[in-house]
Design a protein around this ligand. Structure first.
Ligand SMILES: Nc1ncnc2c1ncn2[C@@H]1O[C@H](COP(=O)(O)OP(=O)(O)OP(=O)(O)O)[C@@H](O)[C@H]1O
Length: 254
């Protein structure tokens, strides 16, 4: 019988990389399966954004491979990147474009049919209470509204992999709930999510897997329940996880 290797979803294998003269990631391997929500967690400087910058093709690996649904980033960068919607930690908006123009441009840039995708965009605008602001320029947006525009722009693409750096940053509680629901829907539809967060206890509500990055190494990969059990913390107290490993030293509590 032939051996079937399931390479669907995101696979990072033996990745070393970072910046000129600064190898941040040291031989990391991790996977995000189709329909899975995975959160990269770690202290400031652990390498979360650096990992994301490699997956979106902004940084070139020193070693290792990154594959998404059988397409390797190094071999087919355009096809690889076309499968990703990315929300950076700091919103990036075209200051001269209205909200409506911005969304139309995003759809065109991703070669999506505007007539079929626009209803989806409008539904998302409604979720974030932005539906009457299509003619607004970014200068009139609050910080949270800018983040919401980035969220709408990304969710409307229905990309196979959604990457979000700190999805809840600057959002009010209504918008945080809306994002959680949209992430769950994304996963239910078989699409994957790779996110970063510092809010571990809340993330246990919807994340399938935590990946602990520490000093450029993967120290743990598993469910929130498995992380809590391994380090002897109740799920509701996972926000204390890094206090624990700072106090004891991560190698000692492993
Ligand atoms: N442009 C850069 N050039 C050189 N080194 C960088 C650059 N950006 C980040 N670093 C370094 O890479 C390491 C990892 O940073 P990274 O931004 O990936 O951390 P992070 O886990 O995302 O942290 P945070 O929680 O603060 O966002 C840090 O030591 C940082 O100083």
């Amino acid at each position: 019988m032939p051996v079937i290797i399931d390479d669907m979803g995101l696979n990072i294998e033996n990745l070393s990389g970072g910046y000129a003269g600064n190898t941040v990631l040291k031989n990391i391997s991790l996977a995000v399966a189709d329909g899975e929500i995975v959160a990269l967690i770690g202290l400031n400087g652990a390498g979360k954004s650096t990992t994301i910058n490699h997956v979106i093709g902004e940084l070139r690996p020193k070693q290792g491979t990154i594959t998404l649904n059988d397409i390797q980033l190094a071999n087919e960068p355009t096809a690889f990147k076309s499968q990703i919607a990315y929300i950076p930690e700091q919103p990036i908006l075209y200051e001269e474009l209205t909200l409506g123009e911005h969304l139309h441009l995003m759809l065109a840039a991703h070669e999506m049919d505007d007539s079929t995708s626009w209803d989806h965009a409008l539904a998302l605008l409604k979720v974030f209470r932005l539906e009457d602001k299509l003619h607004w320029l970014p200068i009139h947006f609050s910080k949270g509204m800018r983040q919401k525009v980035m969220l709408v722009s990304a969710f409307m693409l229905d990309a196979p992999l959604l990457i979000v750096d700190e999805p809840f940053l600057g959002l009010d509680t209504l918008a945080q709930k809306a994002v959680t629901n949209l992430l769950r829907q994304q996963a239910k539809a078989g699409r994957s999510v790779l996110m970063t967060t510092h809010l571990l206890a809340s993330a246990t509500q919807f994340v399938d897997k935590f990946i602990v990055l520490h000093d450029g190494h993967v120290y743990f990969e598993g469910s929130p329940k498995a992380l809590a059990q391994k380090y002897g913390l109740p799920m509701t107290q996972l926000d204390d996880f890094f206090d624990l490993i700072q106090g004891a030293g991560i190698d000692d509590v492993k």
